[in-house]
Design a binder for this molecule. Structure first.
Ligand code: TXA
Ligand code: MG
Length: 322
């Protein structure tokens, strides 16, 4: 099992371990990240080993400030504007990497572009303290639910990492929104904690429809991802025998009394609260022993877009590739 330290007592120890090439799980406002010093290839390789992640999937480099970001990638007009407005926060920008970037090529899996994000809180403080970017995917075994608490990290990866920094439950609860500038506008490669409406209000650029994002296939973009062990049934309006219920709002599912277990993402129908509860509730219902988790309809607006995206991936056929 990994050691767990409270965030406010972890800066020195987390920094020491990261500089020594060890893995440290760190809280961010979106989900917990499994961090390594992004400049050390051996350390980054350990991330892929620990997660059991296909190594062609590139990682996000988390930075402490805009200067660090600018030494790694080229932030231009639109991306700079978004960074200045939303960082630190749940926004990842895919930009062209500089030829002299200090980030190890394993982080980008050989792509010319790089995903950059400035997280809030201790993750950012650690990056600033060691003056290095942190490569960090979500702190879960590949293909499983993302971790939104230190306990969830411990359960999934505890035997494979040196330290878990405990920052309490993740504030937002779904991963960052990933954005790339393309000719003709901005493409959202992965919906997340920052809504398309918020981005559009600042970008003064068109948001391109997200269907056919070209280029790389990200794990978060693979059909099956973020999956519990139980099967998933979405837009459920009644409960079938043997199911657990993931409710939303004033639950209206028929025959809910049949459910093996019931958890409500947000009784008052608040999407922000629902996002924060998503992975923890799915994880608990998964442990209830139900063969299937039935999920009530969730509106496709605001943060509901990211929530529905993760639910759809959790429900997708599992091909065992991740
Ligand atoms: O909120 C988050 O984004 C969390 C926290 C820890 O920061 N991180 C996270 O990382 O979700 P991960 O590795 O689970 O997802 C990162 C996504 C992947 O889908 C990856 O393929 C994509 O970012 N990505 C990374 N580099 C990319 C690039 N150059 N072009 C396109 N997509 C990229
Ligand atoms: Mg992930």
């Amino acid at each position: 099992m990994a050691r767990i330290l409270p965030a406010d007592q972890s800066l020195e120890e987390a920094s020491r371990l990261l500089l020594a090439g060890e893995l440290v799980a760190i809280p961010t406002e979106t989900v917990y990240g499994l961090a390594a010093d992004a400049t050390q290839g051996r350390a980054v390789a350990r991330i892929f080993e620990a997660k059991g992640r296909p190594s062609f999937n590139p990682l996000i480099a988390h930075v402490a400030d805009l200067e660090m970001a600018a030494r790694i990638g080229r932030l231009e007009r639109v991306t700079l504007r978004l960074a200045e407005h939303f960082w630190p926060g749940p926004l990842t920008l895919v930009v062209e990497q500089r030829a002299d970037s200090p980030v190890h090529p394993l982080v980008t899996a050989g792509l010319a572009s790089i995903a950059l994000r400035m997280p809030r809180g201790i993750a950012r403080e650690i990056s600033a303290h060691i003056a290095r970017p942190l490569a960090a995917p979500s702190a879960n075994p590949s293909g499983r639910l993302s971790a939104t608490s230190a306990a969830a990290v411990q359960a999934g990866l505890g035997d494979r990492i040196a330290l878990i920094v405990d920052g309490g439950p993740a504030e937002i609860g779904v991963e960052s929104t990933i954005v790339r500038v393309e000719s003709g506008g901005l493409r959202i490669l992965r919906p997340g904690g920052l809504t398309a409406e918020e981005i559009e209000s600042v970008a003064s650029t068109r948001i391109l429809p997200s269907e056919q994002a070209g280029g790389i296939i990200a794990p978060g973009m693979m059909a099956s991802h973020y999956a519990p062990s139980a099967a998933m049934r979405l837009d459920a309006r009644e409960i079938l025998p043997g199911e657990a219920l993931l409710a939303f709002g004033g639950s209206r599912a028929a025959r809910a009394e049949r459910a093996i277990a019931i958890l409500n993402l947000s009784e008052r129908g608040d999407l922000t609260e629902a996002a924060a509860n998503l992975y923890a509730h799915l994880g608990l219902l998964d442990k209830s022993g139900a063969a299937t988790i039935a999920v009530e309809p969730i509106p496709h607006v605001g943060l509901g877009v990211a929530i529905n995206d993760r639910l759809a991936r959790a429900a997708a056929p599992r091909d065992g590739s991740n």
